[in-house]
Design a protein around this ligand. Sequence first.
Ligand SMILES: *Cc1c(COP(=O)(O)O)cnc(C)c1O
Length: 351
Amino acid sequence: MKKHNFSAGPSILPQEVFEKASQAVLDFNGMGLSILEISHRSKEFIAVMEEARALVKKLMKLGDDYEVLFLQGGASLQFVMAPFNLMKEGGKAAYLDSGSWAAAAIKEGKKFGTVDVVGSSKEEKYSFIPKDYTVGTEYDFFHCTSNNTIYGTQMKDFPKTEVPIVCDMSSDIFSREIDFSQFGIIYAGAQKNMGPSGATLVVVKKDILGKTGRNIPSYLDYSLHISKDSMFNTPPVFAVYCSLLTLQWIENNGGISAAEARNNAKAKLLYDEIDSNPLFECFSVPEDRSTMNVSFYLTDESKKEAFDAAWKAAGISGLNGHRSLGGYRASIYNAMPIESVQVLVDVMKSL
Ligand SMILES: *Cc1c(COP(=O)(O)O)cnc(C)c1O
């Protein structure tokens, strides 16, 4: 029986993507070859890469001043590449410390220059998004995390600043309408909302590059990847293909605005139950709640055994919270059907 998969990542993808990807492993586009055994320089794969790159821009409503790359190394390598490409020697960057992934990005940023943490909710266990800060023109860039996968918080607004905004959107990419043209760099590991692990989406505004005077190693240089149409070396062929299938699924189901409406309905269903059921409580403050990762806990630990048995019996998988926070985390990414959220809510009601 197919489980209701609430895993935080790698995570659920549309069933249609699993089916089409399986078929392509056996015979890709009637070539008599598997997607796993064709050259990345074949015209068939170049078409996949080009369609994926174009579809990202189309869904995000971005123009030719942006380039789309599919790289390897995960979001974690972007913690390194972004400052390497944007921070001048002796330069300064502003970072928002809204969670563990933000803190991991800060750690890498410090290896390239001065990092000013302009806001942090660390002392309050990252239960909210820091606000009331400004980002002045003295910085080379501002870095933030749009959705905090572990704590279940999400930035609803982004600061107005003249410096490039670098945003880690790993866990809420394509989940809601945002003015994507306010960002200098958007990056996301594929494995939360887009595809299998192995590919990392990077969207770059071209005119922010080439200003640091640094000698950047080839693989870490965005400009080089752009000049090679995201084919500098062997790309993660299968992960890019699965990402394309997900992008097509988003487009065929009404684009980002329709995905947002579905996500809001799922999140409301689950948060309404948490708010009305005295046995459950959220880790995060109401105004910053994420529509992707719902982190919550039992108010009565004596119910733990019964709750765990009940959700497992209902065919639910991946509900345990992150090891650093405990409790539970329901990841309700784009591909999660509302019916699966209803199954969880029914279990919560039954307790
Ligand atoms: C999962 C996650 C990461 C880490 O991604 P990797 O691809 O494993 O490096 C970084 N940031 C956020 C917001 C995440 O959810």
